[in-house]
Design a protein. Structure first.
Length: 342
């Protein structure tokens, strides 16, 4: 393709607006030609100053707008399935923000639609795979230098959660990143989930079970623990330590300046994911555009989105009922490699 990739952006809230800016400023080879958001005032504001962009209140109308070659889905998760199925029906490449869908049944319908096409169109927005530190950890683990990974210790903290956040969303929205990262880093499917609930923080909104401790067991016998705490109040922290047979490796400790002053040490903590993962989002969108222009798809697949949804669902059952809940995955279509590993 010699022309820039014509992109329709569905949803121009927090993430959609950030990706819209990215497609204009940071990532070459693409041009936003349509946006859709039921909040049309927001959509008009988001494209102010841009030329030749059509604004739609309806997502499907945006897909049919002139010049659309590909779709970036940044609407709330409940709207993803309809957009993904419509994109598949039109043969349009998609970058879909995580989670793929709110539940595994919907995710499986998306997987089946793509598998029927016989080619990948969908990349899921698990951007940590494009983060330099995560990529370095993956390379190290794959090299075998540290031996077999035994444990992953993960931390996922946000300053505060959005008003619509529920106790289940700590798992289905926030921990979905650790689910994908663990499957990817270890190359293994997650087979069971156990959620432990400490007494909630006094600073969490009433009724929100925050923090939570989420434990995964994998097909290869590794164990992953995730502390998720979305109203920690002080900063955005994402860490991961891999403990292996011959050593350990940790990422996520240092991102800014370290100041030694007044008899102490101070280190900046990122405010949120848009800051912490800015480079990762840039690489993610750049990789998507480059692949879409060549008629390919890269990065986390619809199958990865489905697997994350199924694991999260088991986690939500454990959160509700207690105990260890087994993850039941459907058979993996040949399009995604068939077989067992993640
Ligand atoms: N990769 C990451 O680190 C992050 C991913 N996300 C994901 O991005 C997606 C969007 O989240 P936010 O931007 O935080 O939400 P948001 O609430 O800030 O924005 C969502 C926008 O979508 C619009 N919208 C609602 N229904 C729509 C539809 N059917 N079609 C098109 N637009 C529609 C809303 O009016 C709103 O403007 C979610 O899937 C969320 O999980 C969110 C934060 C970080
Ligand atoms: O995807 C994201 C949000 O939706 C989620 O709510 C946050 O906890 C994550 O850190 C962020 O990356």
């Amino acid at each position: 393709m010699s022309e820039p990739l014509g992109v329709a952006v569905l949803g121009v809230g927090h993430m959609g607006a950030d990706h819209l800016r990215r497609l204009g400023e940071t990532v070459g080879g693409a041009r936003v030609v349509a946006v859709a958001d039921p909040d049309t005032a927001r959509a008009e504001g988001a494209v102010a100053g841009r030329e030749r962009v059509t604004v739609h209140s309806d997502a499907l109308a945006a897909l049919d707008a002139p010049g659309v070659d590909a779709v970036l889905v940044a609407s709330p998760e409940a709207a993803h399935e309809e957009a993904l199925l419509a994109a598949c029906a039109r043969g349009l490449p998609v970058l879909c923000e995580k989670p793929l869908t709110p539940d595994s049944a919907a995710a499986l319908r998306v997987v089946e639609a793509e598998a029927r096409l016989g080619r990948r169109l969908i990349q899921v927005g698990f951007m940590r795979r494009f983060d330099a530190e995560y990529a370095a950890l993956k390379t190290l683990l794959d090299s075998g230098d540290l031996g077999r990974p035994l444990l992953l210790h993960c931390v996922h903290r946000n300053v505060s959660s959005p008003p619509h956040f529920t106790s289940s969303m700590l798992i289905s929205s926030s921990v979905s990143h650790e689910i994908d990262a663990a499957r990817w880093l270890l190359g293994q499917e997650i087979t069971s989930v156990t959620v432990v609930r400490p007494t909630p923080s006094a600073h969490a909104p009433a009724g929100l079970l925050d923090p939570q401790l989420v434990l995964f067991e994998t097909a290869g016998g590794a164990v992953v623990d995730v502390e998720v705490f979305v109203n920690c109040g002080f900063g955005y922290e994402v860490r991961c330590e891999a403990v292996c047979e011959r050593g350990s490796a940790r990422i996520g400790d240092a991102h800014g300046m370290v100041v030694h002053a007044a008899g102490g040490t101070r280190e900046d903590v990122a405010r949120d994911y848009v800051v912490r993962f800015a480079d990762a989002y840039d690489r993610e969108v750049r990789a998507w555009v480059a692949a879409a222009r060549e008629g390919r798809a890269v990065g986390p697949s619809a199958w990865d989105g489905y697997a994350a949804a199924a694991v999260a669902e088991a986690g939500v059952v454990s959160l509700r009922d207690g105990g260890r809940v087994t993850v039941d995955l459907a058979g993996r279509p040949a399009l995604y490699g068939g077989g067992g590993g993640a």
